[in-house]
Design a protein around this ligand. Structure first.
Ligand code: PLP
Length: 428
């Protein structure tokens, strides 16, 4: 037994399923998870001393590679002043100012501790602002594990086969309406059938949680104008896309302005941080400025703010990061496409910047129904073949890869080679 296997056996006795977040358990691909000891730059190291090229990067946050020196230094400096005060700090002001300068639609922002908290708060504020109860989300989009979002949810919920979780009350579920992604007509029907009842529409402007799925041309524009027509608060969930698809996220890249934006992952530099922000008139509904209650003992934590600030400052000051991420994404896309052609495989690749999914289906994938046509046992074999070749992928077909700038051209070539070999192995 490897050390990882021993730890997993023990963990299963102590922690539900042996993990603190479901997808980590490798259920969708079989086998037992690697227990990670450390990571540096483009590599992650397990408890058995093996190294892997990182294509998960903590599910997004480590966009500059692991243990990025300026972030490490900022945390070291911050720790000297204690860990938490539960009182306002200078760093929170600096953080708010930086986020507002980077993300086009954000005029005011509130810090929280995770993406889940951000989305839960954002819909509460939208409900308080509009006086309406219902929300619209898209099938296969994941917005964290708040009750209202565990309806046709993607990511881990889909991977674990529980897109609708027990424990969510019927009354809560009834207030969440769902539509297929990229289907404007379906959204229009929902809005007309629920006239003056929909508070918010929330979506991932580029989806990462059913694998990577792009908005079709005109989709985001159409959503914006439907929300305007029906007085619905448009929420872009940029927990994955924020500070990744551009300095100002997907809203900058596509030139669409949401009313509220939820953020997470990169914003904390690897520490537990989330945020929500947007139009001043809506954000002024939040307590203590307004009546919508939302709070947090550790919100704006000084260590987390220091890590996040160092990360965002680097991204803000170095536009070269984004051109390099585009280059890496394109190189991987081209390399994988060439291998598919060589092996005569009709599979689909969706890629935008540093987000990327190889879907094991011949259907083009523009919504959840398309994604579900993938050959999942084949993906499982492919995943393990990649692991054997030292490439650490998300252990599920319904996830995006998250590339970091630490990936050198040489490592990209290794990934492309491993992909070709792993496809061959998985097919035999
Ligand atoms: N929203 C999106 C788009 C996400 O991808 C995630 C997590 O993957 C969340 C929200 C929830 O964030 P967290 O896991 O930090 O609660």
């Amino acid at each position: 037994m490897t050390t990882s296997q021993q730890l997993f056996e023990k963990a299963k006795e102590l922690i539900p399923g042996g993990v603190n977040s479901p997808v980590r358990a490798f259920r969708a691909v079989g086998g037992s998870p690697l227990f990670i000891k450390s990571a540096k730059g483009p590599y992650i190291y397990d408890e058995d001393g093996r190294s892997y090229i990182e294509l998960i990067n903590s599910w997004g946050p480590m966009i500059l590679g692991h243990a990025f020196e300026p972030v490490e230094q900022a945390v070291r400096d911050a720790i000297q002043h204690s860990f938490s005060f539960g009182a306002p700090t200078r760093k929170e002001v600096e953080m708010a100012e930086l986020i507002i300068s980077m993300v086009p639609s954000v005029e005011k922002v509130r810090m929280v501790n995770s993406g889940t908290e951000a989305t839960m708060a954002a819909i509460r504020v939208a409900r308080g602002f509009t006086g309406r109860d219902k929300i619209i989300k898209f099938e296969g989009c994941y917005h964290g594990h708040g009750d209202s979002f565990l309806i046709a949810a993607g990511s881990g919920a889909m991977t674990m086969g529980v897109p609708d979780s027990p424990g969510v009350t019927k009354a809560t579920a009834a207030d969440t309406l769902t539509a297929p992604y990229n289907d404007l007509a379906a959204v229009e029907v929902l809005l007309e059938n629920n006239h003056n009842q929909v508070a918010a529409l929330i979506l991932e402007p580029v989806v990462g949680n059913m694998g990577c799925v792009l908005p079709e041309p005109g989709f985001l524009e159409g959503i914006r104008s439907l929300c305007d027509k029906h007085g619905v608060v448009l929420i872009f969930d940029e927990v994955m896309t924020g500070f990744r698809l551009a300095r100002g996220g997907a809203q900058e890249r596509f030139g669409i302005t949401p009313d509220l934006t939820t953020m997470g992952k990169i914003i904390g530099g690897g520490m537990p941080v989330g945020a929500y922000g947007g139009r001043r008139d809506i954000m002024d509904m939040v307590s203590p400025a307004g009546p919508v209650y939302q709070a947090g003992t550790l919100s704006g934590n000084p260590i987390a703010m220091s890590a996040g600030l160092a990360m965002l400052r680097h991204l803000n000051d170095n536009p070269g990061v984004y051109s390099r991420l585009e280059e890496i994404g394109t190189k991987l896309h081209t390399g994988f496409s060439n291998s598919l052609a060589k092996l005569g495989l009709p599979f689909t690749i969706n890629q935008i910047g540093s987000m990327f999914t190889l879907f094991m289906t011949e259907r083009s994938v523009s919504n959840f129904a398309d994604a579900k046509t993938c050959d999942l046992p084949l993906f499982g074999r492919y995943f393990h073949a990649m692991l054997e070749r030292g490439v650490y992928l998300a252990p599920s077909q319904f996830e995006s890869l998250f590339v970091s700038v630490a990936l050198t051209d040489e490592l990209i070539d290794q990934v492309i080679q491993a992909n070709e070999e792993s496809l061959t192995v998985a097919l035999t």
